[in-house]
Design a protein around this ligand. Structure first.
Ligand SMILES: [Zn+2]
Length: 244
């Protein structure tokens, strides 16, 4: 008897064969395959997502290896781009998944309704706000996440009825948010936060009818503090009809 490679996840009551079939029909856009994107892409490909499109433009560098899953010293020595290296590693893990790569910086034209879900794995807040705006305008589900220091955050937004990134963090407050290049990044918070994004994606793609209102997950992996925070639509959010 041949056992499915997905045997263990099929046994999860909330996934089951129906959820797995939904996952295998899914088409997901992952923007950025650095720290967060490495985990999101590898988790979803190993779990059997139908099709995944990866967007990035960087080379693999030695300073990436402590936190960016799957990349190797050989990738650095061979001067590989992240997309080429990631596609090789992912396809070796699961040849059933269709993996597309787009080598460019983020642009709004990437957001189309061929995808069921957009996963923001960038480390750049101006780009995050643009992804948020583009997904809002296309009413496309998307997942935001960021990590810096020992803290990670992730939030799933299903529709324009949900609070968005601008509801959560008004753009004028952006300067207060830490960026990983400045304050460093604990490698394990990247794994935890990337896995949270992948978990949100897994739940949505396997059982889209079970979506829940936007909740922000905030994790600190030094004080071991995990919080789930309800986020409401803000009357000041320009996307939700507030002051521009
Ligand atoms: Zn909003």
């Amino acid at each position: 008897m041949v056992t499915s490679r997905y045997d263990r996840q099929l046994k999860i009551e909330q996934i089951g064969s129906k959820g797995q079939a939904n996952l295998e029909k899914s088409n997901v856009l992952v923007i950025g395959v650095g720290g967060l994107g490495s985990f999101v892409a590898s988790e979803l490909v190993k779990a059997g997502v139908g099709s995944i499109t990866l967007v990035d433009f960087d080379q693999v560098e030695l300073t990436n290896l402590h936190r960016q899953n799957l990349y190797t010293e050989d990738d650095v020595k061979n001067g590989l781009g992240k997309l080429e290296a990631m596609k090789q590693h992912l396809q070796a893990a699961n040849s059933n998944v269709k993996i597309n790569t787009i080598e460019q910086k983020y642009s709004s034209e990437l957001i189309t309704d061929q995808y069921q879900l957009v996963v923001d794995c960038t480390d750049n807040f101006p780009v995050k706000y643009q992804i948020n705006r583009d997904c809002f305008q296309k009413d496309l589900p998307h997942i935001f996440a960021t990590c810096a220091g020992n803290q990670g955050q992730a939030m799933f937004m299903n529709s324009t009825d949900d609070a968005c990134l601008e509801c959560l963090y008004p753009q004028q407050d952006i300067a207060k948010l830490g960026l990983s290049a400045n304050i460093g990044t604990n490698p394990m918070i990247v794994a935890i936060t990337g896995s949270l994004e992948a978990s949100m994606a897994m739940k949505f793609l396997t059982r889209p009818e079970k979506v829940v209102p936007a909740k922000l997950m905030v994790v600190d992996n030094w004080n071991f503090d995990f919080r789930k925070i309800g986020v409401h639509v803000s009357s000041n959010c320009p996307l939700h009809g507030g002051n521009k």
